[in-house]
Design a protein around this ligand. Structure first.
Ligand SMILES: [Zn+2]
Length: 416
């Protein structure tokens, strides 16, 4: 028996926000009472369900100089994340049952529960569909070609219908490559001023519109990854009003940073899709506030320092597991844009529900996966990080809210 004593317990899945004790027995939440046993004094802290990050690049197999399953899971634990969905753009690509099983085996016993998405098309090449049924049987819980769009609408239509038949969520990386081609940042006033090649917003908007229309016509669900433009927020909002089964996520950098940061020519501000301008940032925040955007996920994308050294040739992506909660608190909760309950819902119960995994709740009987954090403590983002990589766009920023402890199945997997 273990008792967490005196925390402000916020569980959006149960409509709970009150100071109480939590009893944990055999790795399971027993109830909201003092069960005795070992006591963790959590007065002054918020206790929430362990976070669920449905967009993480763990890089293993194949790119272990950037991250490994182990270092990625340690970064997750340090950020209060207790369940994550690993993206399949590894080397080899997670497009066969063997690779899916290999990843899941390697992830057993890590300080975070690892779920894996499998590729929609073989080798992410956008041509032939993978064997969805076999991948599901091997343990994959979602499908995506993330990093690349599914090239043709016909193939995406076929994939969505088949995925829906099997009950597998499908995540769309929305990028029209013929429009995005060659761009390094958002196209606009800043790209012209900085002399950096731009990517028009339409590269994302056109692709989001396609996925919405395909889902609408077939009556099947689709999840839109990393929403970054004002146009896609509006498309998703209108689609939801029409009853389209669309869900969507955004990432902390899109509601916190803008393309002004590209003036530095620091490749840690380069990701795909690129940072938008202030109108996009505000639209993303409005989308989070009115429920258009269901989920906050990091798109944690580690790259080695030498890969990120040259602005123009650097690969896209930033790390985010260790900062997502604090960035959410700093940008959204502190200024009163979102309540703690809503922030936590978008980082736990909402993604758990889309993925259909037993997470994101503190209801008695659930696994005792939880995060304890100080809601007002400030800290400055600086190395060392638990991730193997250091490509964070938040370095040097002072954030509010600090993870103090993460429990996975009742075991302490991170302690500050
Ligand atoms: Zn993507």
């Amino acid at each position: 028996m273990l008792t967490i004593r005196g925390a402000r317990v916020i569980d959006p899945s149960a409509g709970l926000d009150q100071i109480c004790d939590i009893a944990i027995e055999n790795g399971i939440i027993a109830g909201f009472y003092n069960g005795g046993g070992e006591i963790i004094d959590a007065s002054g802290l918020i206790c929430a369900p362990g976070l669920v990050d449905m967009h993480v690049h763990l890089r293993e197999p194949g790119y272990t100089h950037k991250e490994t399953i182990e270092t990625g899971c340690r970064a997750a634990a340090a950020g209060g994340v207790t369940s994550l969905l690993a993206m399949p753009n590894t080397r080899p690509v997670a497009d066969t049952p063997e690779i899916v099983r290999w990843i899941l085996q390697k992830a057993a016993g890590q300080p975070c529960r690892v779920y894996t998405a499998a590729a929609i098309t073989r080798g992410l090449a956008g041509e032939d569909l993978t064997d969805f049924a076999a991948l599901k049987k091997a343990g994959a819980i979602a499908l995506t070609d993330d990093g690349r769009p599914v090239l043709t609408a016909a193939l995406m239509r076929k994939a969505s219908i088949h995925a829906a038949q099997l009950g597998l969520p499908i995540t769309a990386h929305c990028e029209e490559l013929t429009l995005a081609k060659g761009g390094l940042m958002n196209e606009g006033e800043n790209s012209r001023r900085f002399g950096i090649s731009g990517i028009p917003r339409s590269a994302e908007d056109v692709a989001v519109a396609r996925e919405i229309l395909l889902a609408e016509n077939e009556g099947v669900p689709v999840h839109i990854a990393h929403v970054s433009t004002r146009g896609s927020v509006q498309l998703i909002r209108e689609a939801k009003r029409r009853g389209v089964k669309v869900t969507a996520e955004t990432a902390p950098h899109y509601f916190t940073l803008t393309d002004d940061m590209l003036a530095t020519r620091n490749a840690n501000f380069r990701m795909n899709p690129p940072l938008g301008d202030e109108s996009d940032r505000l639209a993303v925040i409005e989308g989070l506030r009115d429920g258009t955007l269901d989920v906050i996920a990091t798109d944690h994308a580690p790259h080695a320092p030498e890969e990120k050294a040259d602005f123009a040739s650097a690969p896209n992506g930033v790390i985010g597991l260790e900062t997502s909660l604090a960035v959410g608190i700093t940008t959204l909760v502190e200024p009163g844009l979102l309540s703690f309950t809503e922030l936590i819902r978008k980082m736990s119960a909402a993604p758990a529900s889309i993925l259909g995994i037993p997470a994101g709740t503190l209801k008695p009987g659930a696994p005792a996966d939880l995060v304890l954090f100080h809601p007002t403590e400030q800290w400055t983002v600086s190395p060392p990080y638990h991730s193997k990589s250091i490509n964070t766009p938040f370095e040097g920023m002072t954030l509010t809210g600090r993870v103090k402890m993460t429990l996975l199945g009742g075991n302490i997997v991170y302690k500050k």
